[in-house]
Design a protein around this ligand. Structure first.
Ligand code: PLP
Length: 456
């Protein structure tokens, strides 16, 4: 067969793609009809497609390319590591230099007593690890009945059976026998969509207290852990009211329930601090990380585990692990990525300069007739599209219609924004400049105008 190249004609690339490549979260029939957009190159915050269009990536790939595209240092780190030791496992008392260095670096960066790292190949795998780890923890503590994990509707924790069950995406649960037993979901702190009957502060407290209600219903002696993203990302960048996280922390402390902060999106600078847990004052027992850990240059995830949990897990043989747990090339690339984030002061620049600028510019979209709510923290934000700002109405008929149209207009205007139903979300590379932020907001407004025209 002919191997196509990035310079092959778009139609040929699309035809071969549609014939053999099954895409995640994509309708095959629609893909065959329309053809995929084929991305061929990238640098900084910009993608190039097979037609030569230059597209501003407002999503950092899939919330992950924190240091931007095209950093040769990461390619060099991968190259060096492949020559030295392309693979070895970390099972059965073996280790290697990239894994031990990266674990130590993560222990240094992570808050307080999170000092131990279990590697995985992705965020989904890391959350599967967490699921088994918290249950094993309570088993080892002599409380084997503590098995239930509480999560939230509209959370996203991954796509494997375990992590998809932890997540609260009903569309995912409808396929393939999820959720597995022992997972309980409570309502999310989504004030705009579900809380308009009270103030955001009162609603935040109410939704946090739903955790206490669930614990009491299930029985505190049966609850192992609560898992949540500091900010729900894939659910639509739902930033909880200020009252939410302090109340959650009070409740998990009161009932001695382990807290898993899923930092797969929030970690490594996305919210303006190294971790979302710092931004929201959360004290997790375990943090899930992936994505920004390697800026997406290599697939890698991890559970960063507290002294308290690790000391108990260490008492037994934890019968769990992946061939690629601590893959040397992925670890070497992640280490180089963290070096760049740290040495170039990228997180500090986000916090002090570019995130405040993005906030000001992004919030200027609030006056657009289609935009009901603008939410943003650090480098992640969302716009709620509505036909009626005053009542916070949702679009009738097919949910997501307005969002879908708006996303298509963004594509046409060479901007990547994602839609989650009728919420438009952004999560650009952390290295985005002020000038690029201006371009992002200008193109977003143009796309909103064009979407409005099409909706009328
Ligand atoms: N957790 C969160 C919060 C995520 O956003 C994601 C992916 O988007 C995952 C877990 C799953 O990570 P992965 O796709 O690497 O398996």
């Amino acid at each position: 067969m002919t191997i196509l190249t990035p310079n092959s004609p778009t139609a040929e690339l699309q035809a071969l793609d549609a014939a053999h490549h099954m895409h995640p979260f994509t309708q095959g029939v629609e893909l065959a009809e329309k053809g995929a957009r084929i991305i061929t190159r990238a640098d900084g915050c910009w993608l190039t497609d097979s037609d030569g269009n230059r597209i501003l990536d407002g999503m950092a790939g899939l919330w992950c390319v924190n240091i931007g595209y095209g950093r040769t240092e990461l390619a060099d780190a991968a190259h060096r590591q492949m020559l030295d030791l392309p693979f070895y496992n970390t099972f059965f008392q073996t280790s290697h230099v990239p894994a031990l260095n990266l674990a130590a670096k993560l222990a240094e960066l992570a808050p307080v007593d999170l000092n131990h790292v279990f590697f995985a190949g992705s965020g989904s795998e890391a959350n599967d690890t967490n699921l088994r780890m918290v249950r094993t923890y309570w088993q080892e503590k002599g409380q084997p009945e503590r098995q239930v994990i509480i999560s939230r509707w509209n959370a996203y924790h991954g796509s494997s059976v375990g992590s998809g069950s932890l997540g609260g995406m009903k569309g995912m649960h409808a396929q393939g026998g999820m959720p597995i037993p022992g997972i309980h979901h409570i309502d999310q702190p989504h004030w705009w969509a579900e809380g308009g009957y009270s103030t955001p502060e009162a609603f935040g407290l109410e939704r946090a207290q739903a955790l206490e209600t669930a614990i009491l219903e299930i029985g505190p002696e049966k609850v192992a852990a609560f898992i949540a993203e500091p900010v729900q990302g894939a659910g639509g960048v739902i930033i909880p009211p200020d009252t939410y996280w302090p109340e959650i922390q009070r409740i998990v402390d009161k009932y001695d329930i382990l807290l898993i902060a899923d930092e797969v999106i929030c970690g490594f600078g996305r919210t303006g601090n190294w971790f979302g847990s710092e931004t929201f004052g959360i004290k997790p027992d375990i943090m899930t990380v992936a994505k920004g850990l390697s800026s997406g240059y290599q697939p890698i995830g991890a559970s960063i585990v507290s002294d308290k949990v690790a000391s108990v897990i260490g008492n037994t043989e934890f019968n769990h692990g992946y061939t690629y747990s601590g893959h040397p090339v992925a670890c070497a690339v992640a280490l180089e990525n963290l070096r760049i984030l740290e040495e170039e002061g990228i997180v500090e620049r986000v916090r002090n300069e570019t995130a405040p600028y993005l906030k000001e510019r992004f919030e200027s979209l609030a006056d657009h007739p289609l935009v009901g709510e603008v939410k943003i923290v650090g480098m992640m934000g969302s716009l709620a599209l509505t036909p009626d700002k005053a009542t916070r109405a949702a679009f009738a008929a097919d949910a997501g219609t307005a969002g879908f149209i708006c996303r298509e207009r963004c594509f046409a205007n060479n901007l990547i924004m994602r839609h989650v139903g009728d919420r438009m979300v952004i999560s650009p590379p952390l290295v985005i400049s002020k000038e690029e932020i201006d371009t992002l907001v200008t193109r977003a407004r143009l796309s909103l105008d064009e979407a409005l025209e099409r909706l009328q």
